[in-house]
Design a protein around this ligand. Structure first.
Ligand code: AMP
Ligand code: ZN
Length: 452
């Protein structure tokens, strides 16, 4: 097989991927904050890194790959939403996490090997690594300080701070518009631990009852589950700064390692009319809403139609095209086959997950590769023929007219054309179109199909 190449945000280049240990390939991806239904933009990293997970399992063997995706179940947005709805934090996070799992399963994503919840890694007791111990070590090593009940990371203590985002500390400080809390030594110092007020979730710590800052959880969970240095760390491009920069600061300073992960991968934004889809802009569609109208496999293919580092516009046209393409593929594929990717598809994916090339390869496979190879490839990619069949029979659009009536109108139109009454012929074509029926005139006569 050709070498696997991945674009690394750290080096800003597409490099050959060499795992630390090919018998234990380790990947961490930042998962959802569970306060509300995920939107279809949140599904992009899920689908992209699911594809990478499948590729790594193919290349190194399923038993040699560990994929960790966390669930953030401690966050101020969660506290606020639970209070608003009058339910407990646990009820809200359980309900939202369950919904997330249903959504992404329908999108054809495999369950990651481990899905740790942040709250389980705050304070674990014994010698197990957790967030409290990580903060203690950072203080002991001179990278963090306590101030006014908070513990802050001292960015000035780390010369390499800003390397991933390629920003210098001076630039960042000059540009810092956030109001700087008086207890901070430097404006870019970030919170590792903060005190909880009455009624807020709180854990015991050497700094009093409190809770962790957001970035801390990923450093603790990745180290506990994958080790101090692992292979791949992923997430959306908006996480590069400050989230991933701060994860790197915490982990490398705590463990005295040069790196946290060797390869950093970031998916581009899913956009609506040129803007990032996000909860705060209010321009979002939930995964659930998309799945009410489309089978998950169609949404999955639409998502993969653009390369993962490029922005993707989420449009009805994109979904319609994906639906048509999947129909063509499934009609040509054998009804069952073991999941096995065709070599051309593996090669396309090994080139930094080049999904547009992968799609072109599948088209080629359809005409040249045979029904079994096509079916095996689709199964490997997470496309399910049964889901598609159900969709075709249950939800495929129906014409607004009975078939006999459509055929009678087609005959009447042909008769009008023979008599050169083109106005009448066009009128009949429009009448059919209004009922959702499109006509195609060919050498063998006129055929019709129901358009969406
Ligand atoms: P959040 O719950 O906001 O932390 O987001 C969860 C994941 O979804 C992160 O990896 C984000 O980078 C990613 N994400 C959020 N919005 C978008 C978007 N519009 N397009 C692509 N990825 C996104
Ligand atoms: Zn993270």
């Amino acid at each position: 097989m050709t070498a696997l190449k991945l674009y690394n945000s750290l080096t800003r280049s597409k490099d050959v991927f060499t795992p630390i240990d090919p018998r234990s390939v380790r990947m961490y991806v930042c998962g959802p904050t569970v306060y509300d239904r995920a939107h279809i933009g949140n599904a992009r990293p899920v689908i992209v890194f699911d594809l990478l997970f499948r590729l790594l399992r193919h290349v190194y063997g399923a038993e040699h790959v560990t994929y960790v995706r966390n669930i953030t179940d401690v966050d101020d947005k969660i506290n606020a939403r639970a209070a608003e709805r009058g339910i407990t934090i646990r009820q809200l996070t359980e309900e939202t996490a369950n919904g997330f799992h249903r959504d992404v399963a329908e999108l054809g994503a495999l369950r990651p090997s481990v899905e740790p919840r942040a709250t389980e890694f705050i304070c674990r007791g014994g010698d197990d690594l957790d967030m409290v111990k990580l903060v203690e070590r950072l203080i002991a090593r001179g990278h963090a300080y306590e101030a006014d009940g908070h513990v802050l990371f001292d960015v000035a203590s780390m010369p390499a701070y800003g390397k991933l985002a390629r920003r210098s500390l001076d630039e960042m400080e000059a540009g810092a518009r956030v109001e700087v809390a008086s207890y901070k030594k430097g404006p870019m110092d970030f919170v590792l631990w903060k005190p909880s007020k009455q009624g807020e979730p709180a854990w015991d710590s050497p700094w009093g009852q409190g809770r962790p800052g957001w970035h801390l959880e990923c450093s603790a969970m990745s180290a506990a589950l994958l080790g101090e240095v692992f292979d791949i760390h992923g997430g959306g491009i908006d996480l590069i700064f400050p989230h991933h920069e701060n994860e790197i600061a915490q982990s490398t300073c705590c463990f005295g390692q040069e790196r946290m992960a060797n390869v950093w991968m970031h998916n581009g934004f899913l956009q609506v009319e040129g803007e990032k889809m996000s909860k705060s802009l209010g321009n979002f569609v939930t995964i659930r809403e998309v799945l009410a109208d489309w089978p998950g496999d169609v949404a999955r293919l639409a998502m993969l139609s653009a390369h993962y580092r490029q922005p993707i516009n989420w449009t009805l046209k994109g979904l319609q095209e994906a639906e048509k393409t999947l129909g063509v593929w499934f009609d040509a594929a054998a009804s069952d086959a073991e999941a096995r990717p065709a070599p051309g598809v593996v090669e396309a994916l090994a080139d930094d997950l080049n999904t547009p090339r992968m799609i072109a390869e599948i088209h080629r496979l359809r005409t040249e590769g045979g029904r079994k190879a096509l079916a095996g490839t689709l199964a490997f990619l997470g496309f399910r023929p049964d889901v598609y069949e159900d969709w075709k029979t249950e939800r495929a659009p129906q014409a607004g007219l009975p078939v006999e009536e459509i055929e009678r109108l087609i005959d009447a139109r042909l008769a009008a054309r023979r008599e050169k009454d083109f106005a009448e012929a066009d009128r009949i074509r429009d009448e059919l179109l209004a009922a959702g029926v499109t006509l195609r005139d060919g050498a063998g006569g006129t055929t019709w199909e129901v358009a969406r």
